[in-house]
Design a protein. Structure first.
Length: 203
């Protein structure tokens, strides 16, 4: 990546942002819907209520930033990193993620319903509620993550490894795990849900 230019702001719908450093920027409530964000770094930013619907975000890093709510439905993320973010709710349903890493930080609710995920990694992140309902995922993996509630209703999974998920208290749509790799310990933890799904009576 070449040397970045300082971002003067503000974000605008259908804006074109290329090679910018957004450091310590207060972007709360700004609208970058349908924008193009290429080779940028957002660091120590306040992103509450930022609108990224239908935006294309490519080769960009967002780190050490915070948002009560991030609005990114139907957005495209390619070759991007989310690092050490603190987000209340990330609304990224119907989005497309390719070669994206989410590392560290905490997200209370990550809504990826109807998303397409390819080569996506969650590493050392805490997600209270992860919504993967009707997601299409290939080469999705978790490593050292805490997830309290996971919804995989209607998901289509290929080469997905969830062995790195700990602390799972609630699983919705257990049939959506078909095609995933789980650990032996997770199999024991999921046994009651599997029995219920299959209509088994355990005595």
């Amino acid at each position: 990546m070449t040397e970045l230019e300082d971002f003067a702001g503000p974000l605008e719908p259908e804006g074109d942002y290329d090679g910018l450093a957004m450091t310590g920027a207060r972007l709360d409530g700004q609208d970058a819907s349908s924008a193009r964000i290429l080779e940028c770094v957002l660091e120590q930013c306040s992103l509450d209520g930022v609108r990224l619907e239908h935006a294309r975000v490519i080769d960009t890093t967002v780190r050490d930033s915070r948002a009560g709510e991030l609005l990114a439905a139907s957005s495209t993320w390619q070759d991007c990193t989310w690092r050490d973010l603190r987000i209340g709710a990330a609304q990224a349903y119907a989005s497309s993620w390719t070669r994206v890493e989410v590392r560290g930080g905490k997200i209370d609710y990550l809504n990826l319903r109807d998303a397409r995920l390819t080569e996506v990694a969650f590493v050392g992140v805490v997600v209270d509620e992860l919504d993967l309902a009707r997601v299409t995922a290939k080469a999705l993996r978790f490593e050292g993550c805490q997830v309290r509630r996971l919804d995989v209703s209607g998901a289509r999974l290929t080469d997905v490894d969830v062995r790195g998920i700990d602390g799972l208290r609630e699983l919705v749509g257990i049939e959506g795990l078909a095609g995933a790799t789980i650990s032996a310990d997770q199999l024991v933890e999921l046994a009651p849900a599997l029995a219920d799904h299959l209509g088994l009576r355990v005595e």
